[in-house]
Design a protein. Structure first.
Length: 218
């Protein structure tokens, strides 16, 4: 199907693009004709790609839907240019949230979701503070949590527990694997796998298979 569309089809495609770019979570295919129709969905993906974005199919809470994220090449270039990077304290807080709510529970068999979006157990500012060095004071951690919430990288769950946010659904498979490797570097810097990761990144090689979650078990 070419990009020459009828007025109705153009409206449907634009509606789908707006939805996946702005929705706080997944957009079910059945919610929009341009996502449920294979031909129109191809056009949605093509239009997003032209803008450096990519259409992503994801599953969460047994719901399969769509969202969008940065193309891997574009994301790497933005990072190289220093655009969109999180402050160091924000990165540290996010890493602890992911470790406490996803990596460690998964390694302990408490949940088996392959998504970063864990529904529990959650963590807290007190727990984050206990897992950082003395330089990460509450005065630094609390604003970092607020900024991460604003970016939808962290959300508030049951009884105020902190959990991963829906923006993590926008990571491509390669970006998600890179994030997982970052957690390995943080938690197991002296491990053989961390050495392999560092060497490979220095040489600019493609990603090696990610380790099992059990490797992050403390």
């Amino acid at each position: 199907m070419s990009d020459t569309l009828s007025e109705r089809e153009e409206t449907l495609v634009q509606a789908a693009m707006a939805a996946v770019e702005t929705a706080d979570g997944l957009v079910p295919a059945e919610a929009l004709p341009a996502l449920s129709n294979d031909a129109l969905r191809v056009i949605v993906a093509r239009r997003l790609k032209a803008g450096g974005r990519t259409l992503l199919s994801r599953e969460h809470r047994t719901i399969t839907g769509y969202t969008s994220g940065y193309d891997d090449t574009v994301a790497a270039q933005l990072a190289a240019d220093g655009i969109g990077l999180l402050p160091e304290i924000d990165r540290a807080v996010l890493a602890i949230v992911l470790l406490r709510t996803v990596a460690i529970p998964r390694a302990g068999g408490k949940h088996h979701s392959t998504s970063w979006l864990s529904d529990g157990p959650g963590t807290s500012i007190t727990e984050i503070h206990a897992n950082t060095d003395d330089h990460a004071t509450y005065a630094l951690i609390r604003p970092a949590v607020r900024r991460l919430k604003a970016r939808r990288l962290v959300r508030t769950g049951y009884q105020g527990q902190l959990l991963p946010g829906p923006a993590l659904l926008r990571l491509t498979d390669a970006q998600s694997a890179h994030l997982w490797e970052d957690l390995v570097l943080v938690t197991l810097p002296g491990s053989l796998y961390a050495t392999v990761i560092r060497r490979r990144r220095e040489q600019g090689e493609s990603r090696a298979p990610s380790p099992p979650a059990e490797e992050l078990q403390p």
